[in-house]
Design a protein around this ligand. Structure first.
Ligand SMILES: Nc1ncnc2c1ncn2[C@@H]1O[C@H](COP(=O)(O)OP(=O)(O)O)[C@@H](O)[C@H]1O
Ligand SMILES: [Mg+2]
Length: 267
């Protein structure tokens, strides 16, 4: 099982859109997927139709060993039918809500038990049930997000074409160095999102490629559909299977599949 964390320390950079769309596409193309919402806003849970602030969610996975619930106790299975005769696409979701805020504080205050390998341990218990776990992170490096990045094989940072967003990558570089002390196998991909074809955007792209990180071949275009799909409580490729942004994300999913096959020695 490969664990992929979607994280950027900016709001509104397409983290949740990337996490939910990638989870859906990987499930459709390549095998069983678990999506973990690690953001107390619960946006990924909403998009997957799994938001329920009265039910237990991801916060239970962050409790110390003896109390912690398992993924199987918390997961909700979601299913969509992309085309009439196509097989159903299924994603298991562990949802988040404001309860995660308290859990973050509890983990930070608990200096008796291990604080940063909790998610990794809970996920190890389901590693044979899923091919991928995708984790949607909030924009703060809180305990849930730290647990996600310590557990992850791959960290995808979506970057928008604005000066501040690109500058934020300098921080990412420093954080990656630090995270690799805790998780030496962690890989980083920069995913350009909300890009157009203007010369300014082309210049930003060239700059991104010059920073020394792997930039994905997939570039996600800016689109009106991606701006407006969130109210529908559906993954973007279900809401609009043929839109350009869904195609861009499909290319990203194929890139992830190729990366996984390569690491398993299949390619
Ligand atoms: N490719 C895109 N083009 C246009 N709007 C987008 C695109 N991706 C996401 N959005 C919109 O941008 C906003 C933030 O996206 P979201 O995925 O929630 O980001 P984050 O999780 O980083 O806050 C949402 O309103 C979403 O509809
Ligand atoms: Mg989000």
């Amino acid at each position: 099982m490969k664990i992929i964390a979607i994280m950027a320390q900016k709001g509104g950079t397409g983290k949740t859109t990337t996490a939910t769309t990638l989870a859906y596409d990987l499930a459709r193309l390549n095998g069983p997927v678990l999506l973990i919402d690690a953001d107390q806003q619960g946006n990924a849970s909403q998009i997957m139709g799994a938001y329920d602030p009265t039910a237990w969610g991801v916060e239970k996975l962050l409790e110390p060993d003896t109390d912690a619930a398992s993924v199987d106790d918390l997961k909700q299975t979601r299913e969509w039918q992309p085309k009439k005769k196509a097989p159903a696409v299924r994603v298991d979701v562990v949802a988040a809500s404001a309860a995660l805020m308290d859990a973050n504080m509890d983990v930070a205050a608990d200096t008796v038990n291990d604080q940063i390998h909790r998610l990794q341990e809970r996920l190890a218990a389901v590693s044979s049930a899923y091919k991928y776990t995708v984790i949607d992170c909030g924009l703060l490096l809180d305990m849930a997000v730290l647990n996600a990045l310590v557990a992850a094989d791959l960290w995808i940072v979506p970057v928008k074409p604005g000066g501040f967003e690109v500058d934020g990558l300098l921080r990412v570089h420093e954080q990656l160095e630090e995270l690799r002390q805790l998780n030496d196998g962690l890989e980083l991909w920069v995913l350009p999102v909300m890009f157009g074809k203007s010369n300014t955007h082309k210049a930003v792209m060239a700059h991104l490629r010059s920073l020394g990180h792997r930039v994905t071949l997939a570039t996600i275009r800016r689109s009106v559909i991606a701006e407006s799909y969130t109210a529908a409580a559906l993954p973007l490729p279900v809401y609009s299977p043929r839109c350009g942004v869904a195609k861009d994300y499909e290319a990203l999913a194929y890139e992830v599949v190729a990366w996984n096959d390569e690491s398993e020695g299949k390619a």
